[in-house]
Design a binder for this molecule. Sequence first.
Ligand SMILES: [Zn+2]
Ligand SMILES: [Zn+2]
Length: 137
Amino acid sequence: MPVGIYKRQKRVINCKICGKETTVYSSAGKFCKECYEAKSKKEHRDYNRRVKREKRLARGLKCEKCGADIGKFPKAKKYCPDCRESVALEQRREHYKKNREKYLEYSREYYSKPENKEKHRQHARAHYEKKRIDNLP
Ligand SMILES: [Zn+2]
Ligand SMILES: [Zn+2]
């Protein structure tokens, strides 16, 4: 049979993804319409993602804090990994400052319970002991 005719032949296949019986119009067809569309959408998405990443690299993103090149870090948005940590720390500190009253209230409540007070004392003692040992000449 000439190849050209075979190619245009209608075939019933089982979709490679969902297994559903489906009619395809080319010898290359392996998927039902839904799966084919979903698959090509996904491929499209993957492609877009790759292009975006490459664009980032080409642009050479810089850390807003130290100016280091961060285009090569896929998760970096504004800062290099080092700065991101310190920025996160700053944000935590800022958050603490804003919610200071709440934290104070919480710790007041916490230490007002005798069992917690004792726990804290033990903890502090252990910490002090460790520090003392560490600082021994
Ligand atoms: Zn399918
Ligand atoms: Zn940085």
